[in-house]
Design a protein around this ligand. Sequence first.
Ligand SMILES: *[C@@H]1O[C@H](CO)[C@@H](O)[C@H](O)[C@H]1NC(C)=O
Ligand SMILES: *[C@@H]1O[C@H](CO)[C@@H](O)[C@H](O)[C@H]1NC(C)=O
Ligand SMILES: *[C@@H]1O[C@H](CO)[C@@H](O)[C@H](O)[C@H]1NC(C)=O
Length: 276
Amino acid sequence: MECAGSGAAEKIRRRRRLVACAVAVLVAVCVVVAVAVPLSLRRDTRTFKDTFVARCEGFKGYDCEKIWGVFEQAYVGRDPCDVPVGAYGPLLVAVPFPPACNRMMFWSKTKDVVHDFTEKRDCFVTVEDTLLGSVLDGQTWCGKEGSSETFTTDCPGWTQCENNTVRSFWTGASAAFAEAACGDATVMLNGTLATPFSSSSVFASIEVPRFRSPKVKSLKVVLVTQKNSATNCGNESLKDLQKQLDRGITYDCTEVPEAQILDCSSHPEKPCGACW
Ligand SMILES: *[C@@H]1O[C@H](CO)[C@@H](O)[C@H](O)[C@H]1NC(C)=O
Ligand SMILES: *[C@@H]1O[C@H](CO)[C@@H](O)[C@H](O)[C@H]1NC(C)=O
Ligand SMILES: *[C@@H]1O[C@H](CO)[C@@H](O)[C@H](O)[C@H]1NC(C)=O
């Protein structure tokens, strides 16, 4: 035991040691915060822009730095809940969707299967396979009033406010992609859901109303099923879809087991037309 029956001098020494220790801890914490926080913030934004530009450069013949600049203009310095769809207008004009007649693929609640398929097979194109769709797929971004930076954390979620940075982009991009549709369009819907065609989906609310006859000739529904799927092509919600189509656009629906689509994805030698 240290200095039993310690006097006042020992007490003061102990207090000094405590104070010194507290100061040392504080300094250490401050140094860590000062170094780590700005670094991680800088790293985040750099990664987002780097990802954007790197994915963009996978498409030949585009000025990706310029596209980044036009993109940023849509949201930088703005309240992230006050970015209307129109803010992305210049971006959608600068990088229009090339029409891919008969090859355009839409989807709702089948994201993983549809992208596994379009990535492995060169038959169909989803909006996420296009330049703008692919640079922003899976990303979160927003600006802040009074700042010229891009943030990737603390951005409002999809349903938090109507005009949020991310949702407005996808609304605008989906609308422009659907407007570019021509010939036979295809949509993959989810047969394990009670309502495969849901009026609140982007497909129902944004894309379907933009399919115009005679530019779009037909819509083919691929209803992806599993062993105990809830729905089939006779479901009432699909009848609604058929009714909502512009007159002159023909409609058909095929139930296709998910396993068959996965099998087709992994056999690129099979002709695309034979997948369903
Ligand atoms: C979202 O933006 C649109 C178009 O600018 C506007 O009409 C609408 O009122 C906005 N919605 C909200 C909730 O602010
Ligand atoms: C359909 O939806 C269910 C439930 O959300 C999901 O588990 C399943 O993976 C989806 N099917 C496809 C083909 O994406
Ligand atoms: C079919 O569609 C209707 C109306 O859109 C929906 O309410 C119903 O639950 C759906 N599913 C089945 C399995 O009947």
